[in-house]
Design a protein around this ligand. Structure first.
Ligand code: HEC
Ligand code: HEC
Ligand code: HEC
Ligand code: HEC
Length: 278
């Protein structure tokens, strides 16, 4: 007897492969030979030319497939150093501190704009040596990871953080919003776990985070205080809606149980009635 594969089997395999490809960490499975020449060459260079590679590999940028050329420009398929890092290939020299905002701002447009409009940007234009994106986010070189405020706004780093005149209260605000965000996310998840559609709530939560991040990068009480009130209100709104969703889900479940119970009793009484009529 020959075993025939179920026709859906192939489809399932394709599906499994797609899932595997989409799984987090898939980036690490990429064929190293397929990596850019920036990486293959720099890896073999001396010290400070090579260190960016392992650092970058652990960064959010590697995770999101933003490679060397994403920031530095140049041609990542060209083997020759001069051609790969030529002006024609759009290679950019390392940004000076005054160029940093534009450099990162290619992708982080909103945050860069807030920085420019805020206290640090204003001072930078007047020639004051303020903290730039790299001061705060590249203290560990290319290992730019999910930003943890308590590691950024530290005593060692904050002498540079002009405008962040009170790092401790700045930190307290960031932590307050973080905690509210976590609580909100947990509440939204609870509603989602009970079968409610929480796409809108997740979008609301993310929008609140994004606008808070914009205000934070203005680094000035004048902006941050009102933004803090807005963030509190927006997150509270999402959270209370999520609580309401969860309540409705519970209600539905209880109602379902009552209906099921009633149906069961109806069935039993029908059976009993049939028996009695025999
Ligand atoms: C074949 C080897 C090779 C390739 C390919 C290569 N580089 Fe380089 N890179 C070097 C060497 C050597 C230096 C230092 C000497 C110099 O600046 O030319 C360097 C310097 C740099 C610097 C420092 C410049 C500065 O001003 O300090 C950056 C940034 C850089 N490379 C990024 C890249 C990027 C991005 C790519 C791919 C688009 C790339 N490299 C491709 C070998 C290479
Ligand atoms: C998120 C943007 C970003 C990415 C991605 C990135 N770099 Fe950089 N890189 C920078 C910035 C900004 C500097 C300058 C740092 C400073 O001035 O503090 C820099 C500096 C360098 C330098 C000069 C180091 C020194 O000490 O002089 C080299 C070499 C370099 N990068 C290579 C690479 C390579 C190779 C990759 C890919 C593995 C890469 N970079 C990915 C932003 C980036
Ligand atoms: C004075 C220090 C400082 C400077 C300067 C700074 N940042 Fe930040 N940045 C932070 C802190 C602190 C956080 C984390 C806040 C939090 O998550 O509570 C952050 C968060 C971020 C995030 C994460 C946003 C998100 O959605 O979670 C990005 C992206 C970012 N910064 C980019 C930039 C760019 C680009 C620049 C330059 C234009 C810059 N930052 C300048 C301190 C700084
Ligand atoms: C080519 C596009 C690109 C450039 C240029 C770029 N980034 Fe990013 N960055 C991303 C993407 C994509 C993410 C991940 C998604 C997100 O958080 O927005 C990210 C995430 C981040 C985060 C978020 C970490 C967190 O809390 O989640 C920080 C901080 C950051 N980048 C800093 C920088 C800095 C500093 C520079 C300039 C030196 C820079 N980026 C340049 C694309 C870029």
């Amino acid at each position: 007897m020959t075993r025939r594969l179920h026709p859906l089997w192939g489809l399932q395999l394709v599906w499994a492969l797609l899932l595997a490809a989409a799984a987090p960490g898939a980036a690490q499975l990429l064929d190293p030979e397929a990596e850019s020449t920036c990486i293959t060459c720099h890896e073999q260079e001396e010290e400070e030319l090579a260190v960016p590679v392992p650092e970058w590999r652990e960064s959010v940028h590697a995770l999101h497939e933003v490679s060397c050329d994403g920031c530095h420009g140049g041609d990542p398929r060209e083997q020759d150093a001069d051609l790969s890092m030529s002006e024609e290939a759009g290679f950019l020299d390392n940004p000076s501190w005054t160029e940093m905002t534009d450099y990162c701002g290619v992708c982080h447009e909103g945050i860069a704009e807030s920085y420019r409009l805020g206290y640090l940007g204003r001072n930078l234009r007047e020639g004051v040596r303020v903290a730039t994106c790299a001061t705060c986010h590249m203290a560990d070189g290319h290992r730019i990871v999910e930003s943890r405020p308590e590691e950024i706004l530290t005593a060692e780093r904050c002498p540079h953080c002009l405008g962040v005149d009170d790092p401790q209260s700045e930190l307290a605000r960031l932590h307050e919003v973080r905690a509210l965000e976590l609580a909100t996310a947990a509440q939204v998840r609870a509603a989602g776990d009970k079968g409610m559609d929480v796409m809108g709530l997740d979008a609301g939560r993310r929008a609140a985070h994004a606008s808070w991040m914009l205000s934070v990068h203005r680094f000035h009480d004048e902006f941050i205080e009102p933004a803090l009130r807005v963030a509190r209100a927006e997150l509270a709104e999402v959270r209370s809606t999520a609580i309401e969703y969860e309540r409705r889900a519970d209600e539905r479940r209880r109602y379902g149980a009552v209906v099921l119970g009633a149906l069961g009793m109806l069935l039993v009484s029908l059976v009993l009635m049939r028996r009695a009529s025999k």
